[in-house]
Design a protein around this ligand. Structure first.
Ligand SMILES: NC(=O)c1ccc[n+]([C@@H]2O[C@H](COP(=O)([O-])OP(=O)(O)OC[C@H]3O[C@@H](n4cnc5c(N)ncnc54)[C@H](OP(=O)(O)O)[C@@H]3O)[C@@H](O)[C@H]2O)c1
Length: 297
């Protein structure tokens, strides 16, 4: 299959491209910086800067992962705009590409995030749970709505609401390791907020599963079946690293330092992959302990 990937140079996309290539697919990555992307991607991956240039390549499937990183900068009004526009504009270009193709791709797996649901307290969350209105929700809603237009071209659309992705060499876990290794790790706020997470290998397998299962469409939660609270995750990580985690970072300090972005750390949703499981998807790493054991050894 010829698969076009946006965000292919990123933490998830890199591994996705490696796995797609290893399975014999052809891969075209859209990147703002193809030279840098080339260094991160396996040999044989094609690169383009503009989505509309992909028309000649005739993609049969699309995976849409590109977007300004959510937690790199404080959420000023201009940064919020950047977070939205980086995703919506790329997604609109993909819709335009499909409109221009005589035979559009059969499927698009388009990214979204657990943030779609906003703060849900301790309620169990499936794909049917109504969202809580806040910035993270509005960002994901705009991203998802932009993707929905592709259905008018007859493209099967799958929206993947991704949890915190755990994997080696990058992502959030790499940022957490240093304080924990120094014995400075600790729960955030009261630690009761849920952290839906997924091992990167399972996320890539879920994307492959959704690409090929022709009966599947609509929103899917992309997280492991056993989410943990922040306090539980903190304990597991400290145990795995053989370090103490007795400290706690007070919520007011995080709010002061990070502003509205602190909601990423202090709130969450007990998100469950109800539809992936109903479709028969098998998680290799269902619990955070098994995932951390695999990643950290
Ligand atoms: N990792 C997680 O824990 C997690 C959790 C929930 C949702 N997600 C979502 O899943 C997607 C993939 O995650 P990831 O961790 O692989 O992301 P990532 O490592 O930050 O990579 C995203 C890619 O998007 C492109 N990009 C970055 N800023 C951009 C901008 N301003 N405009 C256009 N393109 C831009 C970059 O590609 P080029 O530089 O090559 O153009 C980058 O490689 C993201 O959209 C993210 O929001 C991730």
């Amino acid at each position: 299959m010829r698969v076009l990937v946006t965000g292919g140079s990123g933490f998830v996309g890199r591994r996705l491209c490696e796995r797609l290539m290893a399975s014999g697919h052809e891969v075209l990555v859209i990147s703002r910086d193809p030279d840098r992307a080339r260094e991160r991607l396996p040999a044989g991956v094609c690169l383009e800067t503009a989505i509309l240039n992909a028309i000649e390549w005739r993609p049969e499937a699309i995976v849409n992962l590109a977007g300004e990183p959510i937690a790199d900068k404080r959420w000023s009004e201009s940064q919020k705009q950047r977070l939205i526009e980086s995703r919506v504009n790329i997604t609109r270009d993909l819709v335009m590409l499909c409109r221009h193709m005589p035979t559009p791709p059969s499927v698009m797996v388009s990214g979204s995030a657990m943030g779609y649901y906003g703060d849900q307290g301790s309620r169990e969350v499936s794909e049917r749970t109504p969202p809580h209105d806040e910035f993270a929700h509005r960002l994901c809603e705009r991203w998802e709505n932009a993707a929905r237009e592709v259905e008018e071209c007859g493209v099967r659309l799958v929206i993947l609401r991704i949890g915190l992705v755990l994997g080696p060499n990058g992502g959030t876990l790499s940022r957490l390791l240093l304080p924990f290794k120094l014995g400075l790790g600790g729960r955030l706020g009261n630690g009761r907020q849920f952290m839906p997470w997924i091992h990167r290998e399972d996320l890539v397998s879920a994307i492959e599963f959704l690409l090929v299962n022709e009966g599947l469409a609509g929103p899917f939660n992309g997280s492991a079946p056993h989410p943990v609270t922040n306090a539980e995750f903190t304990k597991l990580l400290a145990k795995r690293l053989n370090r103490p985690a007795v400290l706690a970072v007070p919520a007011p300090l995080l709010k002061l330092g990070l502003g509205e972005m602190s909601r990423l750390l202090l709130t969450g949703a007990d998100m469950r992959p109800a539809r992936l499981q109903a479709a028969g998807f098998d998680f290799r790493f269902p619990t955070a302990d098994t995932a951390l054991a695999d990643i950290l050894g």
